[in-house]
Structure formats: C-alpha cells, structure tokens
Design a binder for this molecule. Sequence first.
Ligand SMILES: NC(=O)N[C@@H](CC(=O)O)C(=O)O
Ligand SMILES: [Zn+2]
Ligand SMILES: [Zn+2]
Length: 351
Amino acid sequence: METLTIARPDDWHLHLRDGAALADVVHWSAARFGRAIIMPNLTPPLTTTDAVAAYRERILAARPAGSRFEPLMTLYLTDNTPAREIERAAATGFIHAVKLYPAGATTNSDSGVTDLRRCDEALAAIAEHDLTLCLHGEVTHPETDIFDREAVFLDERLAPLLDRHRHLRVVLEHLTTATAVDFVRQGPERLGATITPQHLLMNRNDLLAGGIRPHHYCLPILKREGDRAALLEAATSGHPRFFLGTDSAPHAQSAKEDACGCAGIFTAPLAIELYAEAFEQAGALDRLEGFASHFGADFYGLPRATDTLTLTRQARRLPDTLPYGDARIVPLRAGGTIDWSLASDPQTESA
Ligand SMILES: NC(=O)N[C@@H](CC(=O)O)C(=O)O
Ligand SMILES: [Zn+2]
Ligand SMILES: [Zn+2]
C-alpha cells in the first residue's frame, strides 16, 4: 500500500463553533493537525481576551482523550477594539492573531469593522505586539458584484492598509482568485495567504451547473476555472507565503439546505486528504509538506512540528451526514469517496 508521511500539518484557518457541536467537530481536526488558528466568529463574537480564554478552555476540554491538538486563538476586531485589549491578548501567549471581518461580509460578521481607518490604533498595537492580522478580504458594498468582492478589496482596502502599517504582519485568508495570487506574490514578505481545499479542487460550475449545490457554497464564493488553476499553481509552487488554511466551516444541514442557505463548507473530516488529492492532480505531492506543515509555522514565527502524519492510498467513503450537536451535518464529498485515508484512523472505512 502506498503511503505518504509528512511533518504533522497545521490548519491556519479553522471554525470549531461552540456548545454541543464543539466535541462533534474538534476531533476531526485533532486527528489530522497539530495546531490550528481558531476563528472567533461565534455568537456573540469573541471581542475580549477573557471571552477568547474561556472559549480556549472549552476547546481543550472537548478534545478527544490524550489529544495534544493545540488551538491557537484569535481575537475579533471591531471598530472599537482598544489598543490595550490587543496588548492584553498578546500577553496571554495563546492568542496569536486578530481577525478582521469587514462588517456584513460573512457568517457572524455583523460586529466587524465598518471602516479600517477607525482601527488605526488597534492595528498599530497588533504590529507592536507582534501579533498577526488575519483578513476576510472582501468588500461588502451591495453595488459590487459578489464575484468581484475580493479583487476590489485588494485595491481599495488591503493595499492602503499595508502602506499605512508598514510593520503589520497580515494573512489574507481563503484566496479565491488569480488576481489575489498575483497580489500576494508581489506583496511584501510580511503578507502571507491561506488557500482552502475547496478552492483548489472546485470552480463555480461545481456550485451552479446542473443544479445549485448548497454544500459547495462558501465565502468568498468559488470562482472560475482559471482562478482555481492559479491557486493550485501557487499552492504547489513551493512559495513560502502560501500555506494551508481549510476554512472548515460547519453549519447544520438544515441551515445549508434552505431557501437562504448559509455560507461555509465542512471539510474537517477529510481536510488533509483533499489537499493530497489536489497536490497529486498537479503532480506535486512532494510539495505538500512545505505548504501544509512548514510555511505557516515559519510565517507565524512558531516552531515546525516534530512529529509526523501518514496518509495511505486507500479509498474511503464519506457518510451522507455526521452528528453535529443535536443536529446533523453534511461534509464535503458526502456519499462520495476520497482516495486517501489516515494511516491510523479508527473511523476509516474502506470504500
Ligand atoms: N467561509 C465561509 O463561507 N463561512 C465561514 C466564515 C468565513 O470564513 O468567511 C463561517 O464561519 O461559516
Ligand atoms: Zn472568511
Ligand atoms: Zn472562515
């Protein structure tokens, strides 16, 4: 049986949710990743260090017995986040980033930032305390077409932000366009980017052609085939400022399969396997380790993993639904197969 062993990967963009769903979600990531940057877009959003600290305790308690999975926490930035809250967050040692959601851009972003210029003091404090600013990079004005919102954000918001704050380390999350790939390549060393498995493997036909597929709907929305190809090229290029961030974003089946279904794709149960599939398609499996296990840690200034993860080439069938608190959730590829399995995964079931 063919196997692939890499330094244990980390997930630099992950949603774990809270409450009864948390334990149903966290074990999938804990089985695959050593660490993950945990998103703060809960209801209510985690706008204080105390709220983030309490959430971290709930995550640690929800891990499977014996797991050493390490949640790297983030603070939710608002128009009114004081510089001293950033200082307090940095002092914890477990908050590594501050998350900027443009108000109204995505799930639970209503308390996000309405005008970046209101945040200059907080942004200066993020740089001063050596935290990272993570960005959902889309504008939200209703007159901007949903397929253009990322590209417009780069010109109107990100370029000026990088100019105004010359020591700020920024991660542009979940890249979706060739334009964004070029922007990151041409950007400064302090600009990194994450790429999701769905944006490496799918384009907007997978969302809209032959019927509308709510489980392929996420934000930023899937783009054209040329964009997918550019993302795959960037991820497999060995460029150290592109790294893994799944953006696994669980929502109950009923919230997705609705007349107004919400955004987010649940990939945690097959996340590293999907990346292996994408890298293999590009003939670049030998580049997976850099993208998945080295470059993100280097960018965040954290040590690389010392243990490993082994995948085997053994097809596995995904169930139609999985438990999600008192509801059910539909993972990506539900009812379909993935060609890779974890070498030591009790949940592996041959297809
Ligand atoms: N990506 C998504 O479509 N949804 C995310 C939010 C986000 O990362 O934008 C979620 O929290 O559900
Ligand atoms: Zn986002
Ligand atoms: Zn996200």
